[in-house]
Design a binder for this molecule. Structure first.
Ligand code: NDP
Length: 451
């Protein structure tokens, strides 16, 4: 690493010593940028990297809400507005007990470059709370969302910052958040994406991250004369991204044999069919149940998750793997298992699902790695299309949105593979995504002066 980049990284670590996830995201990114920094003296002169690693604004706030027993509960809310260089801040809201400033900053940082790769005019941000929606009633979730928005509304707007969903935030939560924003501002505008179909939501937004992941993976495989049809695939998670990744894989003739949640995984050797997937959707989205109920119903293997042991999802023989749960779900031992089982591609549906060690084991053993910044950009891309439809007060058909999504994912693949070949090594899509995403944001920052 160049000494100036190493020093910058050390400074980022020193300044916020407890932000491990943020350090990891910055480190992977800087390793890629290190390869081109000599050719970009203006980036050094204008301190672009120093500015990119410091959020434009961080908002942290108290979220008081009343539970069903009439007890007052207090959570912490966040919105990290990382970069508005190429458009309004854009990125999801996460509701999960693990949420802290480090996780918010890593997600917001990744979002900047992901949004740049989509080709749409969107800056990067991320937000959420350590509120745990699991086990809460609809009324409790609504009261939490209303309280959260009662502070957040003053910091967002259709031309300022447009949040969406992420872990723990689906159609129900977006509906409650939107309702409260509308009530507080007396305006019906496209301030959130992932809205319900009846009030400004785009067709294909729920499907977009999973479908986009499969479209991009398909493009990579096609270049290698490989195919999803007839293949065996591993999927982790059973939420939004996992469900629609599985749906698209099934429709393309692949056999998906696993899904999981934080309690355990199912291994269905005969393959998850469309009918079984419909059961998972109702189980997770409506009944808010556990994936174990799939094994109980269909009589397949269920393996309970044991903390600090390798994740059993990644120890099953398959052709391709799609981590769709959360960050750092593939660690060193998991990567070794994937290599041992001759998995040929890992498509990252989740954000930063591989540790840096896992990444280098995978790529060092010739596994094709489609990094999250590119691979899961389909969700935010269709969010961008939802913003466009809201501004124009029109609604495109599902077919139109799906074909736009396919085009965007195809363009992302071309951009990251060209950047990999030009600036790094062929098929190093991590470098390709970091560099292609970075160049555009960097040019915009320099053009706009010191802001
Ligand atoms: P959901 O809340 O719909 O589903 C998350 C799934 O992951 C659940 O099955 C959940 O299990 C599991 N999970 C969450 N945290 C953990 C954990 N710490 N350990 C094990 N399993 C866990 O979220 P999404 O599907 O929307 O998001 C999944 C990933 O995709 C995240 O990394 C997110 O940032 C990323 N992503 C999402 C986009 C979107 O459009 N929704 C866009 C781009 C990226 P359980 O129910 O037990 O908690």
């Amino acid at each position: 690493m160049h000494s100036q980049i190493e020093e910058l990284y050390q400074m980022v670590c020193r300044r916020d010593p407890y932000e491990r996830e943020f350090h990891q995201a910055v480190h992977t990114f800087l390793l890629s940028i290190d390869k081109i920094i000599d050719e970009l003296p203006e980036v050094t002169y204008h301190k672009v990297l120093e500015r990119m690693t410091e959020p434009e604004r961080v908002i942290m706030f108290r979220v008081p809400w009343m539970d069903d027993e009439g007890r007052l509960q207090i959570n912490r809310g966040f919105r990290v507005q990382m970069s508005s260089a190429i458009g309004p801040y854009k990125g999801g809201l996460r509701l999960h007990p693990s949420v802290n400033l480090s996780i918010m900053k890593f997600l917001a940082f990744e979002q900047v470059f992901k949004n740049s790769l989509t080709g749409l005019p969107m800056g990067g941000g991320k937000g959420g709370s350590d509120f745990n929606p699991k086990g809460k009633s609809d009324a409790e979730v609504m009261r939490f969302c209303q309280s959260f928005m009662t502070e957040l509304f003053r910091h967002i707007g259709p031309d300022t910052d447009v949040p969406a969903g992420d872990i723990g935030v689906g159609a129900r939560e977006i509906g409650y958040l939107f309702g409260q924003y509308k009530r507080l501002t007396n305006s019906f505008v496209g301030v959130l994406t992932g809205k319900g179909q009846d009030f400004g939501g785009s067709f294909i937004r729920p499907e977009a991250t999973g479908y986009g992941l499969v479209y991009l993976s398909q493009a990579i495989l096609a270049d290698k004369k490989m195919d999803l049809e007839g293949s065996t695939c591993l999927v982790s998670g059973s939420g939004n991204v996992a469900q629609y990744t599985t749906e698209k894989l099934i429709s393309l003739g692949a056999k998906v044999v696993t899904m999981s949640d934080s309690s355990g995984m199912i291994y269905d050797e005969s393959g998850i069919t469309s009918e079984k997937l419909a059961f998972v959707k109702t189980l997770k989205n409506v009944k808010r149940g556990r994936i174990k109920e799939y094994a109980d119903k269909y009589g397949c293997t269920y393996i309970e998750r044991v903390e600090d042991t390798p994740n059993p999802v990644w120890d099953i023989k398959a052709d391709y793997a799609f981590p769709c749960a959360t960050q750092n779900e593939i660690l060193k031992a998991d990567a070794e298992n994937l290599v041992k089982n001759k998995v040929k591609l890992v498509g990252e549906g989740a954000n930063m699902p591989c540790s840096m060690e896992a990444e280098s084991i995978l790529t060092g053993n010739g596994v094709l790695l489609a990094p999250a910044k590119a691979a899961n950009a389909g969700g935010v891309a269709v969010s961008g299309l939802e913003m466009a439809q809201n501004s124009m007060r029109i609604k495109w058909t599902p077919e139109h949105v799906d074909s736009e999504l396919k085009n965007i994912m195809g363009n992302i693949y071309r951009n990251i593979s060209e950047a990999a070949e030009t600036y790094s090594t062929k098929d190093n899509f991590i470098d390709g995504a970091n560099i292609a995403g970075f160049l555009k944001v960097s040019r915009a920052m320099i053009a706009q002066g010191y802001v």
